[in-house]
Design a binder for this molecule. Structure first.
Ligand SMILES: [Zn+2]
Length: 213
């Protein structure tokens, strides 16, 4: 399914979003799926199970955690190159980071007496974080996702990359083709996610109450 993308850097360099006189972030040419879509998918995943954590609270945490991996853009300000293990789409987009973020967040949201519940919360929040890297691997520009850091620095994309990418800079995003990007993500991510939620809810309602997830 996934394949490494050693030559993707050329795609990044050719996008030409540099603006003289602006900060490093505003000049940053690197692109991502939009934060709106990451948050929507994270909240949707967090909404699936019934736990002792209030549903709205879990959804808000899931949304925030699904956006959080792109905080790694701070690495550019620290002088780290894109392809560094701690660079953009590096460690914070890895499977290990998702597992750690899910476990720590579940520990903060659940008491030690709620161990079975905490495990369920940890899994669902780890999935919300992991959804970020998976979505990025469907985007059509930038470097691939370093899912396996620290064990491997290889960058991965899916063979099919239909998601139009969005600038990291908010100004570049709204100055550019924001509407087509959002429409693209609505059709390819939001609608399938909503369909999946509908099927999940329908299935849950058909199950005996004690077996529901
Ligand atoms: Zn990302």
């Amino acid at each position: 399914m996934l394949h490494t993308a050693p030559g993707a850097q050329q795609g990044v360099q050719s996008e030409g979003l540099e603006r003289p006189g602006t900060s490093w972030l505003l000049r940053c040419p690197f692109r991502v799926a939009t934060a709106f879509t990451h948050a929507f998918v994270g909240a949707s995943i967090a909404s699936l199970p019934d736990t002792s954590v209030p549903k709205v609270k879990l959804c808000l945490v899931g949304a925030a955690l699904a956006v959080a991996p792109d905080l790694d853009i701070a690495a550019f300000g620290l002088g780290l190159p894109y392809d560094h293990p701690l660079g953009h789409r590096g460690f914070t987009h890895s499977v290990l980071f998702a597992a750690l973020a899910g476990a720590v967040s579940a520990g903060l949201l659940s008491s030690w007496r709620q161990a079975p519940n905490a495990a369920r919360v940890a899994v669902v929040l780890a999935a919300a974080v992991a959804s970020h890297g998976l979505l990025d691997a469907f985007t059509d520009a930038g470097l691939g996702v370093a899912f396996l850091v620290p064990w491997s620095e290889a960058r991965f994309f899916f063979p099919w990359r239909p998601l139009a990418t969005s600038p990291l800079s908010i100004r570049a995003f709204f100055d550019g083709p924001a509407a087509p990007i959002l429409l693209n993500e609505f059709l390819l991510v939001w609608l399938p996610t909503l369909l999946g939620l509908w099927i999940w809810r329908k299935r849950q309602r058909s199950l005996p109450r004690r077996t529901r997830g």
